[in-house]
Ligand binder design. Sequence first.
Ligand code: ATP
Ligand code: MG
Length: 340
Amino acid sequence: MRRTILTGDRPTGPLHLGHYAGSLATRVALQHSHDTYLLIADLQALTDHADRPEEIRHNVLEVALDYLAVGIDPKASAIVIQSGVPELAELTGYLLNLVTVARLERNPTVKEEIRQKGFGGEIPAGFLVYPVSQAADITAFRAHLVPVGADQVPMIEQTVELVRRFNRIYGSILVEPEAVVPRVARLPGTDGRAKMSKSLGNAIYLSDLPDVVTEKVMRMYTDPRHARVEDPGQVEGNVVFTYLDAFDEDRPALEALKERYRAGGLGDVALKHHLIDVLHRLLAPIRARRQDFARDPEHVMRILAEGTRRGRAVAGETLARARRAMHLDYEPVPWPPEAA
Ligand code: ATP
Ligand code: MG
């Protein structure tokens, strides 16, 4: 049986190396062996950007360009705009009855994001419940696998709880998903903070020009005790090495580099130049493909319309089953009314 993948991104800005390491690379690798749906989560983006709708709209295209640039094949992967599938909002409504406010407040990722975003006492209700909307996204597509970074693992756990609860009450309708988390599951920021993130301003974007990448790497944080080339350096927790772990495909050479750094005799500048080379090799073809697709935004929007149509067909089917199970399967009222 072919299995289904659902994952996605908030259109709050262009995608960065953290997205690539955390999720995009897995999607590209699995898209031909799985039924893949990629959600551009514009409704979820509005939960903390309610006053910036034009920005979200603009970034839908940016995220789509990044998908196509990294090798997402729109024939294999349906790229779906979340707001184009109203069934997702409907299922969110049903699932909200199956979770307590206390449970939502315990979600560690949401807690961390609330702190980081500085909401203070003014947390938008939509933001607090976004894990439920994410559970609706995953289950509406009947996804088995969800490729995500480490920050999203609590969301998948919460989704599994909701699925069990729903199925216990209404019968076995929803599929229990599983997270697919990569080896480097949380890429730190260039400033050494735990997570590279659009909102923290510590990201290397997939679309950054070579000079910008070079400059960001040269400013990266390394081991503060490694002042002179001869000093032994610390590999663990060294952000430059974490990036190499994620992106340098020559594993034996990387292990040798780590040994030299630990022993002393490898300077930070030489090490950073190596990372710059690795990133240039990774990003050059991505940048070129992005520029190609960016020449024809209407073509990209047609890809999104087609993906959204395919996505809606699947979600509509799940919702029909859910409504039946919940005794909500009335004859639909014709719409628009004159069609009656
Ligand atoms: P925002 O700040 O708007 O929340 P974000 O950078 O956190 O943006 P999302 O759109 O929330 O990005 O995340 C999309 C996907 O990318 C998720 O699967 C998430 O786990 C993954 N991801 C984001 N940042 C990283 C990172 N630094 N390391 C690994 N995975 C990441
Ligand atoms: Mg996020």
